[in-house]
Design a protein around this ligand. Sequence first.
Ligand SMILES: NC(=O)CC[C@H](N)C(=O)O
Length: 222
Amino acid sequence: MKKTVTIIDYGVGNLLSVTRAFEHCGATVKLAHDAYDIERASHLILPGVGAFADGMQGLRDRDLVEPIRRYAASGRPLMGICLGMQMLATASEEFGEHEGLNLIPGRVRAIPRVAVDGSALKTPHIGWSPLYKQAQVDWTDTILADTVLESSVYLVHSFAVELDDSADLLSHCVYGGHRISAVIRRNSVVGCQFHPEKSGPVGLKIIAGFLTQDELDRASVT
Ligand SMILES: NC(=O)CC[C@H](N)C(=O)O
């Protein structure tokens, strides 16, 4: 059955490329502008490009913060992309201290300016990086299930999520020898620091994997 994906339109997001990618994977795409649209969604996407503070202000201006938190608590699938992933965290240090959605506990901090070998590290990190899976994770029920190990994905970012609980990490990238959270997940909420809509066939597999995710039993949502 054709899945319907609802993309949150809060004034800060690359809606067109995300829409095209989900439609390419066979989904019907709707945009969410208010709480009603979010309450009716079965698969919700939080895209995002730009500054964390602007993103969260965009949600607050539209009274979308609590509806997104209620949606996540219901156990339905939610995917945050790039800035959208960062907004799933507790808070961000990007240009100050800003509260996030706190759906996956962690803090958004600047990626290091110095590589582990002591050389200077350019930011933003722009380009393709292999996606390394966490060995202890059971992949069968995740969005990465069909993804080839160490497939490359496309990133554009200067900040990254540092998780409170490493059990929420599904996959990491490596930049300058530092581990960068690439895919994080708690309950039905998943975040991609990279852009799956711009990561070619691998990105489309990850998007298709998200479409296979179904609502969790509410009792299992921690
Ligand atoms: N491409 C982006 O929107 C980046 C998100 C965030 N501002 C960061 O620098 O990590």
